[in-house]
Write a protein that binds this ligand. Structure first.
Ligand code: DC
Length: 223
């Protein structure tokens, strides 16, 4: 698929800092930001809220019938499904626990990839996810694979949940992250994998500002 403007693809495992960084990079460049993980979460939320029994056909139908959109608002990237705001709701534990199963379905991926391509077709856009550089926009002008050690990703998640006042167990978080990595990397369709022409950025020992600066430099070299 051809785009007129520039596309920045940021892929990587859960907790590497993709959405924080992608949002800042988009802001700095004056580009739109598409959080593709939020889209798979939106489908999962609708499945839960409508009490639909899990079947590939039923979830595929939900995915095809949904319109997902984003609206940046200060520090927050607001997410809407068919006009209703779901920014907070898609971060619930129920959604997080079920989303891998939903994202593994071909019919769901087909519907989401089509929406992502439509939203990104004019370019000047940053997308983050698992398969942006490999499947959604393989011709993206700049591809980054953002990663961090499991320990560091677990520590970040622990701090985030603690700041929200939740009681959390670091070992449990580490375990959950490792399980999700395995599911995302080993699934049959569009598994999490670094594109050959993606630049690997390990964020374990970097600040958010350093990661953003690294990506902006790569983008400017390629524009
Ligand atoms: O990045 P996240 O935690 O919000 O992603 C939610 C789920 O969606 C996660 O299980 C991986 C999956 N996902 C995907 O399969 N493809 C994408 N492009 C983005 C996310």
């Amino acid at each position: 698929m051809m785009t007129t403007g520039f596309v920045v693809a940021i892929d990587g495992p859960a907790g590497a800092g993709k959405s924080t960084v992608a949002k800042l990079v988009a802001e700095e460049l004056g580009y739109a930001y598409i959080d593709t993980g939020a889209m798979y979460r939106a489908v999962t939320l609708k499945l839960i809220n409508t009490g639909t029994a899990f079947s590939p056909e039923a979830v595929g139908r939900i995915a095809r019938g949904m319109h997902i959109s984003f609206k940046p608002d200060g520090k927050v990237n607001r997410v809407f499904a068919d006009g209703l705001e779901i920014t907070e709701a898609i971060r619930s534990t129920a959604v997080t626990d079920a989303v891998s199963r939903v994202a593994a379905l071909g019919a769901v991926r087909e519907a989401m990839v089509a929406q992502q391509r439509r939203m990104g077709q004019e370019g000047n856009v940053v997308l983050d996810g698992r398969d942006i550089g490999t499947v959604v926009f393989p011709q993206a002008g700049c591809k980054v694979f953002l990663t961090a050690s499991v320990d560091e990703r677990a520590r970040r998640r622990y701090e985030e949940l603690k700041a929200k006042g939740q009681t959390v167990d670091l070992e449990q978080i580490k375990h959950d992250i490792a399980v999700r990595d395995k599911k995302d990397s080993e699934r049959e369709l569009a598994p999490l994998k670094q594109a050959e022409d993606a630049v690997l950025v390990d964020t374990s020992a970097l600040t958010i500002d350093q990661v953003v600066a690294t990506i902006l430099k790569l983008v400017r070299e390629r524009q």
